[in-house]
Design a protein around this ligand. Structure first.
Ligand code: HEM
Length: 398
């Protein structure tokens, strides 16, 4: 029996409203409960809200193309490759991108990330129990040291990478005053990034040089090599800082989970996945339907632009039991969509996971308790989700 697809229900929900941005879990969660696919009247796109339907769309790249999306217009902060490509172009650029995460490169990172994490945590705890900011003093300090070092970036100006990410993730949304303010405040960061992307500034044999070498081989164009490097700069820093600081917040809110991790360090990987499910650093992605189709029994005409709202899907009760709870021993924590899914799944997830694992390993050996020491403050951003401040107290292990 064939089921006829029905029209998408319409909603006056505005995912970019200032009040919504203050609590996206609440509001995107309410939208998720309306239907798996909802027409957003104000901007005339469809929101895909639930885990199963988002995953289905991401698997079917032939129908849900990456070459267009709601609000798309060229923007110097957002490179087109690899995110806005379909195969065969995407296959080429992604394979070049993945070369930089080769086993050899990852092995070098592993040793360096672990050593740096130990050094940082020893330094933080040198005077005993300490009050600090999990976002600024732990996650940002660590991520801005280790990955830029691997990329061979100068120390001066590194903090601009977070400003750059802030603009990148506010570029994908309506062109309102919030968007324009972020483009203006991100301008110095864009200039720094474009300077440091230059071919002649890349370390010999380093990650940037490896991308330009693929252009020399003719595998990708020079422009694509530049765009790949820009996407590492744009996607590789505040995402990971938000992910790691979100994990620290989750542990501060759930002290028994920290004790569980200390007694079962084999749960480190699943703990980070669980934190990414609960606090996904990326709220949504975009696609366009290039032929008539359906999702969850709802008709989607060719030409429809869609937002795939995976932050809300991370707490979809159809997929997760007790979705609002942080439980590091969930057996399927890693099946969240916070790194995307399908051919565009996050290129840098191995690096992000390695950074998180290295830091958490150093902390579980040395920290008895992580306590919340003040009110966390959210970073307000269209597409990125995270905190700009999480006051915590680290109590060292005896
Ligand atoms: C916790 C940290 C991170 C999170 C949550 C995250 C999230 C994501 C998500 C959701 C996507 C899919 C976008 C889509 O399908 O529309 C993606 C793609 C991507 N990410 Fe990440 N990311 C993280 C870290 C990184 C890092 C460290 C890098 C670079 C070193 C990176 C580079 C990329 C690139 C280049 C893509 C595009 C892949 C493609 O189009 O095939 N990300 N990321």
């Amino acid at each position: 029996m064939t089921t006829l697809a029905t029209h998408a229900p319409s909603s006056d929900y505005d995912p970019f409203d200032a009040d919504v941005l203050l609590d996206v879990h609440l509001h995107d969660g309410r939208l998720r409960e309306v239907a798996p696919v909802v027409h957003i009247e104000k901007y005339d796109f469809y929101a895909v809200t639930r885990h199963a339907e988002i995953q289905k769309a991401l698997r079917d790249w032939r129908t849900f193309s990456s070459t267009d999306r709601p609000f798309y217009q060229p923007n110097p902060f957002r490179p087109n490759a690899p995110l806005m490509q379909d195969p065969p172009d995407h296959t080429q650029t992604k394979s070049v991108m993945m070369r930089i995460f080769s086993r050899e490169n990852m092995a070098k990172m592993q040793a360096y990330f672990a050593e740096s994490a130990t050094g940082l945590v020893d330094d933080l705890l040198a005077g005993g129990a300490v009050d600090l900011d999990a976002y600024r003093d732990v996650a940002a300090r660590y991520v801005l040291q280790v990955f830029p070092d691997v990329l061979g970036l100068p120390t001066e100006g590194r903090e601009l990478l977070l400003k750059f990410g802030d603009a990148v993730f506010n570029a994908f949304g309506p062109q309102n005053e919030h968007h324009h303010a972020k483009m203006r405040s991100g301008a110095p960061a864009l200039a720094w990034v474009e300077e440091n992307m230059k071919r002649e500034l890349q370390d010999e044999g380093g990650i940037g040089a490896q991308l330009y070498a693929a252009a020399d081989e003719g595998v990708i164009s020079e422009t694509e090599a530049e765009q790949l490097l820009k996407s590492v700069f744009g996607a590789g820093f505040d995402t990971t800082v938000f992910g790691i600081s979100g994990a620290l917040r989750a542990f501060a809110d759930n002290p028994e989970q920290w004790q569980l991790l200390r007694s079962r360090p084999d749960l480190i990987e699943s703990a980070f996945e669980e934190a990414l499910r609960l606090y996904p650093p990326s709220r949504y992605g975009g696609r366009i339907a290039v032929r008539d189709t359906e999702l969850g029994g709802i008709a989607i005409p060719a030409g429809t632009k869609l937002l795939l709202m995976w932050l809300g899907a991370g707490r979809d009760p159809r997929k997760w039991s007790d979705p609002d709870q942080f439980r590091i021993d969930r057996h399927d924590a890693g099946s969240h969509l916070s790194f995307g899914f399908g051919i565009h799944t996050c290129a840098g997830q191995a690096v992000a996971r390695l950074e998180a694992k290295s830091l958490l390993s150093a902390l579980i050996d040395r920290v008895e308790r992580i306590e919340l020491a003040g009110e966390p403050r959210r970073a307000i951003n269209f597409q990125a989700f995270g905190h700009e401040s999480i006051p915590i107290r680290l109590v060292p292990a005896g």
